[in-house]
Design a binder for this molecule. Structure first.
Ligand SMILES: *Cc1c(COP(=O)(O)O)cnc(C)c1O
Length: 396
């Protein structure tokens, strides 16, 4: 069975984890700092704060941006639950603006048209690895004083062109913070894991504090903070103070050792993903009932790290339902996935926020037609050929 996504773990990854296991630190050790520095350098951001998963990173982004009760956060409906749930975690209203029908990403025009005065942040998702129009999204959001959070979970190591210049996801001026996920189906993995990157030193310091229970140990950081455990003069070396409510969102040294090993191979992973996407595109371009992934800007194609290979299928023209297509492909050893159900159609969202069918028409049409085919660096040529053959065979 060829799954729709899978991690690539080599002997050197295993050796890196074993070395960490044999070291003095399983957590809170040197692998954390080293991974943060190497990851920040890779995307071109000043600071990286690694955490236990990207959902935690998105939650921290909300807290750092001071989003809370009475605020609204707008994201794309075509995303994983976390991009919207993070707003609900802090008591804000998660809301959605429609996608454009070409890139399936948050549409800046829809964002502007439906702008509401209480919107405090925008979560812009790089769906499948392709960036939305970040400069335009930032222009709309910042004109209203809102914070821009980039959910780059699909786009680790990827980027885009703007006015002839090359930019990396997480390393450009149109997002205040960017999150990435290291779940096994994503571009590189730490088992579970995530990171928040930013150029803003204050944001990074606050995220780091909240990652570790909001605990402060350094005496110099406590001066001027007001209420203390006891008189500052009586402080001893044991002292720790909780001035804010934080969480345990730490990641382990074992995971960061794996992350550092994976990071070295990221360019190769991305290159292989691009090769497979190019081969699929060529093989499927003549199929009238199937639309291959489109790119917003042709120049950016070479920069996309392609987490997913998602096609749009006209199931009526094909004469088969999506369930039938998935079952048929599965019987030939080809795993597929449907990504994503528009988040606002989830029962919890409908009940709490009164969201209903018709809210984001483009996202709903997209959802009706979507199917993600297998894409991961470990696929060999015969795997790719098997997928192509099975898809072409659907019409017979
Ligand atoms: C995977 C994913 C997340 C959540 O990542 P975790 O590390 O699993 O918490 C958030 N947003 C998007 C777009 C994702 O694909």
């Amino acid at each position: 069975m060829i799954p729709y996504g899978k991690q690539t773990i080599d002997e050197d990854d295993i050796a890196a984890v074993v070395a960490a296991l044999k070291s003095d630190f399983l957590t809170c050790g040197p692998e954390i700092d080293a991974f943060e520095q190497e990851f920040a350098a890779m995307v071109g951001a000043k600071h990286a704060v690694v955490v236990c998963n990207a959902t935690a990173a998105l939650h921290l982004a909300m807290l750092v941006a001071d989003v809370g009760v009475g605020d609204r956060v707008v994201t794309s409906p075509n995303t994983f639950l976390s991009s919207a749930n993070c707003a609900a975690f802090v008591g804000a209203i998660p809301d959605f603006a429609d996608i454009d029908s070409d890139s399936y990403n948050l549409c800046p025009v829809a964002l502007e048209q439906h702008w509401q005065a209480d919107t405090k942040a925008v979560v812009a998702v790089a769906y499948a690895g392709q960036s939305p129009d970040m400069p335009e999204i930032a222009r709309v959001a910042r004109a209203h004083g809102a914070v821009v959070i980039e959910d780059g979970c699909h786009g680790t190591g990827g980027g885009f062109f703007y006015e002839g210049e090359k930019y990396k996801i997480g390393g450009h001026p149109w997002a205040d913070m960017t999150t990435f996920s290291f779940h096994p189906v994503k571009t590189m993995t730490t088992g579970e894991g995530g990171v928040l990157v930013t150029d803003n030193a204050e944001y990074a310091a606050k995220a780091r504090l909240l990652r570790g229970h909001g605990m402060v140990r350094e005496p110099e950081k406590l001066e001027g903070l007001g209420t203390h455990v006891g008189p500052l003069a009586e402080r001893g070396p044991w002292m720790y103070e909780m001035q804010q409510l934080g969480y345990n969102y730490r990641i382990t040294d074992l995971q960061c050792a794996l992350g550092r090993s994976q990071l070295k191979k990221l360019p190769r992973f991305i290159e292989r993903r691009q090769e497979i996407v190019a081969k699929y595109n060529e093989a499927f371009q003549a199929l009238s009932w199937l639309q291959t992934p489109q790119v917003l800007l042709e120049a950016s194609r070479s920069q996309i790290s392609w987490h997913l290979y998602t096609v749009q299928i006209d199931f009526e023209a094909l004469g088969k339902s999506r369930s039938e297509v998935m079952a048929e492909l599965r019987s030939q050893g080809v795993g597929t996935q449907v990504l994503y159900i528009p988040v606002y159609l989830q029962p919890w969202y409908r009940k709490l926020y009164d969201y209903a069918v018709g809210k984001c028409p483009n996202a709903e049409i997209y959802y009706q037609k979507t199917l993600s085919l297998p894409l991961f660096p470990g696929m060999n040529e015969s795997d790719v050929d098997a997928v192509i053959r099975s898809v072409k065979h659907l019409i017979k």
